[in-house]
Design a binder for this molecule. Sequence first.
Ligand SMILES: Nc1ncnc2c1ncn2[C@@H]1O[C@H](COP(=O)(O)OP(=O)(O)OP(=O)(O)O)[C@@H](O)[C@H]1O
Ligand SMILES: O=C(O)C1=C[C@@H](O)[C@@H](O)[C@H](O)C1
Ligand SMILES: [Mg+2]
Length: 167
Amino acid sequence: MKDLVAIVGYMGCGKSTVGRLLAGRLGAAFVDLDEAVARRAGRSIPLIFAERGEEGFRELEHGELAAALGGGEARVVACGGGAVLREDNRRLLRERAATVFLEEDLRLLYARTRAADRPLRGASFEEFRRRYELRLPLYREVADLTVEVDGRGVEEVAGEIARWLRG
Ligand SMILES: Nc1ncnc2c1ncn2[C@@H]1O[C@H](COP(=O)(O)OP(=O)(O)OP(=O)(O)O)[C@@H](O)[C@H]1O
Ligand SMILES: O=C(O)C1=C[C@@H](O)[C@@H](O)[C@H](O)C1
Ligand SMILES: [Mg+2]
């Protein structure tokens, strides 16, 4: 079993929630990439986007991903929804981690992401869907395992990943 597990997928698919549960089950450390970026910058993610733009955010995100996948202890890393956009990030994910793609119904994700102030969530479902379609091949490119969440509970999803990891 690889010591580093990364969780990828579109906004709101459960990366952070499932990642934290999975880390608990495995007795591994947990890193939430969005939280790591916000902590490093001393600012919320919407504020980082407002001050430095998406490009500035992606630079910080890349640095935190490289650090999180730098080895050492066993670790589960919940990525941000757009971390797969950069080729250097995709290479890190392919080479260093067992990477899990959480696939979920897009209408459900759209509904979930309306509540909070969130960069790039899209003003309409069409915009949300267009961004997803650009990213879908990238999630698939890095994934060692794709989990069809299909409205199942987070405990069940974490259990499925843990079983897969134990082979
Ligand atoms: N399988 C699930 N069933 C029900 N609710 C879920 C499920 N997965 C996640 N949620 C809920 O959806 C919301 C978003 O989950 P979470 O923050 O884990 O997603 P994320 O993929 O990390 O999102 P982000 O793109 O913001 O990082 C949370 O309120 C969480 O409790
Ligand atoms: O999908 C995205 O591009 C993003 C998702 C979030 O996890 C954050 O990383 C940020 O809001 C950007
Ligand atoms: Mg998250």
